[in-house]
Design a binder for this molecule. Structure first.
Ligand code: HPA
Ligand code: ZN
Length: 329
């Protein structure tokens, strides 16, 4: 069976990281930017490890320089996601790259992206919401400014605040001010934890940032007490299996902990993270999960229901999506 059509919700996707290599090459050519070292001989993104991945990501992102560039990118990304059966998605949006954390510039980028989101919803039925994301290795001061951009633009479209970047730098709690600011603005909270940091990083995220969801979180599996805590608190993990394989956390899908986490009662969802970097799509993630763990309609339906409950959108949107997940919705 092909899993392309089954309705999906995708909660963890970095907009710049979803840029097809050909799109980035096209912009580089238009702007005469030299991107040597970003692509391999076949034209795919080339990176050696996580630190290098982040460097290549930022080099590729350097050609995205205007609201118009982001509008073009978002148009492509949402069309691709809709093609893979995604009916609702949250994108990590970065004021660091969109106007260098200047609030009025950020508003211009946001307006351009919201316009595209409206068009894509009308054309493909896909619904987009934004999770403003600070970048850990840019440090706590930058994160404060990013949180202020998030708080100032919180509303129907900007519904969450999160943190990506290099998890091995500093501690989650160094960023508490930004997360408190975002919480006060009514935003849902998520942070990357338990990807390149171990179980302790997930604990810090729960204790020091009090997030609603965890980006990745898979390395919680290294600590049984933490797995129990996640199951008891119902903390949702945004699991990105293809990303974890691409960055070398696990040698093959069968070794990935998603099935053990699910079986232990931890609420899991599935996303692609930065799909072209990991040569993945939501359809490919589903196919790989079927092959590795014999997952079928029951497990995939449960993933969608978990993501629906954990989405940061308002309840009216959630209800409309619920209808689309029922067989005759
Ligand atoms: N992890 C952390 N930060 C990121 C990632 C990721 O997979 N993708 C883009 N920024
Ligand atoms: Zn991520």
């Amino acid at each position: 069976m092909s899993w392309q059509e089954i309705p999906k919700l995708e909660l963890h996707l970095h907009l710049e990281g979803a840029a097809p290599p050909a799109f980035i090459r096209g912009l580089a050519q238009e702007k005469s930017v030299n991107l040597s070292g970003v692509f391999d001989a076949q034209g795919n993104y080339a990176y050696r490890d996580f630190a290098h991945f982040l460097q290549v990501y930022e080099a590729a992102t350097s050609v995205l320089r205007s609201p118009e560039d982001y509008a073009r990118l978002l148009t492509e990304v949402l069309a691709q996601q809709a093609e893979d059966g995604v009916i609702y998605t949250e994108h990590f949006l970065s004021p660091d790259f969109c106007g260098r954390r200047d609030l009025s510039a950020w508003r211009e980028y946001l307006a351009a992206m919201q316009e595209v989101a409206g068009q894509a919803e009308a054309q493909h039925g896909i619904i987009l919401r934004g999770v403003v994301t600070c970048i850990r290795h840019f440090g706590p001061d930058a994160a404060r400014e990013t949180a202020l951009c998030a708080a100032e633009t919180a509303g129907d479209f900007v519904v969450g605040f999160g943190m990506g970047g290099d998890e091995t730098r500093g501690r989650q709690g160094d960023f508490a001010w930004g997360f408190d600011c975002a919480r006060e603005a009514g935003l849902g909270l998520t942070t990357h934890a338990g990807e390149f940091g171990g179980a302790d990083s997930v604990r810090q995220a729960l204790d020091d940032l009090r997030v609603d969801r965890i980006g990745h979180g898979v390395r919680a599996i290294e600590d049984p007490a933490l797995v129990e805590r996640l199951a008891a608190s119902g903390t949702v993990l945004e699991v990105c299996p293809g990303s974890n394989l691409g960055l070398g956390l696990y040698p093959q899908m069968r070794a990935h902990p998603i099935e053990r986490l699910r079986a232990a009662g931890v609420p899991v969802t599935v996303s692609t993270d930065d799909p072209p970097f990991f040569r993945t799509t939501m359809t490919r993630e589903y196919e790989a999960l079927e092959r590795a763990f014999d997952w079928g309609e029951g497990q995939f339906h449960a993933l969608a229901q978990t993501a629906l409950a954990a989405a940061f959108c308002d309840d009216e949107t959630r209800k409309a999506l619920a209808k689309r997940l029922t067989p005759d919705g």
